[in-house]
Ligand binder design. Structure first.
Ligand SMILES: [Fe+2]
Length: 376
């Protein structure tokens, strides 16, 4: 078993990192100017506090996890080009994704591109500021899809045994409850997805038919993606409130809303997933515009508004205190790294991972959650 010291790479000397970067520019003049600016910036931030470094290290691991599962989606259902690694795609899966949204493949590709950039930037930023980068490659041990289009690479994440909590659907439509203020149990949009294990990608070519089966797999992807993105946005905004460095704060509030842009786009796509029942697994995607609560069969105007697919703009809700007027805000903004890790684990995203993986991630989350603004 590899210990944490091997996986979190040793801090590089900041100056040598900058020099290496500058050597790549091939211009001594530009290099000197950049070095002067970088040194001034370093003097302003004074390096990272342990809390800031720990939050960014957890996020670096999280971005590697996101980059991994989006790469799996992209190989099978995304745009195949040199920007995001892939090969041929899977035409049948891709066609069923397009029945949800004709731009699904483009959105997968571009979200993957974003997450890969987040992972690379965070690790480079950590090293540039004298902290350790996070290397998740030792945990790339899971077999992925064997369907046409898969590169057959080993994976960090498992998209084939998912249990998806779709309660964000009603959480963002509730005008009466905010998990930060007056928590309640928010209803599921697709109750079956939260009650079983389902694949979001074709596992083998056997999953490519019948059509209703591969459509249910595509639909599962359409709900799994925003489920991750809403949590990612909340976590970064929660961390921002505990950042000490203004530059780390800038980083968190610049990257967090990208996750929420993903969430908004993908939540709209999820609403276009065609209602159906998978004849193979029995997984049901309900008619969300029918005015019937898919959890209990209730009807009425309030039920209709809670599930209607075009109501994707966040409903104003309680914020800070119920004595104040309702306000349209991200919810929650008190998320923790440990909570995020537990959420993704409960999703089944890490089924098959080693005990060393869970120990490593738990340690990163615990350190991130200990961060306090102003602590040195
Ligand atoms: Fe990201």
């Amino acid at each position: 078993m590899q210990d944490d010291g091997d996986i979190i790479s040793r801090p590089h000397d900041r100056r040598s990192f900058l020099k290496a970067g500058l050597a790549a520019t091939g211009s001594a003049t530009v290099g000197t100017a950049l070095l002067a600016r970088a040194t001034a910036a370093s003097a302003q931030t004074g390096g990272l506090t342990p809390g800031d470094a720990a939050m960014l290290q957890f996020l670096a691991a999280g971005e590697a996890i996101e980059a991994d599962f989006y790469s799996q989606y992209n190989e099978l259902g995304g745009i195949q080009d040199d920007e995001v690694p892939g090969r041929t795609g899977n035409p049948v899966y891709t066609r069923h994704l397009a029945r949800i949204d004709p731009n699904f493949s483009q959105y997968i590709h571009d979200t993957a591109d974003d997450e890969i950039s987040h992972r690379n930037f965070l690790n480079a930023y950590l090293v540039a500021n004298g902290a350790a980068a996070v290397d998740m490659e030792p945990f790339r041990t899971l077999p992925g899809s064997a369907a046409t289009g898969s590169t057959g690479s080993l994976r960090l994440t498992n998209l084939m045994q998912l249990t998806v909590d779709t309660s964000w659907w009603t959480r963002y439509r509730s005008s009466t409850n905010n998990p930060d203020v007056n928590p309640t149990t928010f209803e599921q949009a697709v109750p079956d997805l939260h009650n079983g294990q389902f694949t979001a990608i074709p596992r083998t070519d056997d999953d490519l038919q019948p059509s209703q089966h591969i459509q249910a797999i595509a639909n599962t992807a359409a709900f799994q993606i925003p489920t991750v993105e809403q949590g990612g946005g909340s976590l970064r905004l929660a961390m921002a409130q505990r950042a000490t460095s203004v530059e780390v704060l800038r980083l968190l509030i610049s990257m967090g809303p990208i996750e929420l842009m993903h969430f908004q786009t993908w939540s709209k796509a999820a609403g276009s997933a065609p209602p159906l029942t998978d004849p193979t697994s029995g997984l049901n995607f309900p008619h969300l515009n029918s005015g019937v609560d898919p959890n209990n069969g209730a009807t009425g105007g309030a039920v209709k508004e809670m599930f209607q697919t075009n109501l994707i703009m966040p409903e104003p809700c309680p914020f800070i205190d119920t004595s104040l007027p309702v306000c349209s805000v991200v919810r929650p903004t008190t998320a923790t790294a440990t909570g995020a890790l537990n959420f993704l684990t409960a999703m089944g995203l890490f089924i098959g991972q080693s005990p060393a993986f869970f120990t490593f991630m738990t340690n990163l989350a615990t350190a991130a959650d200990a961060a306090q603004r102003g602590a040195v």
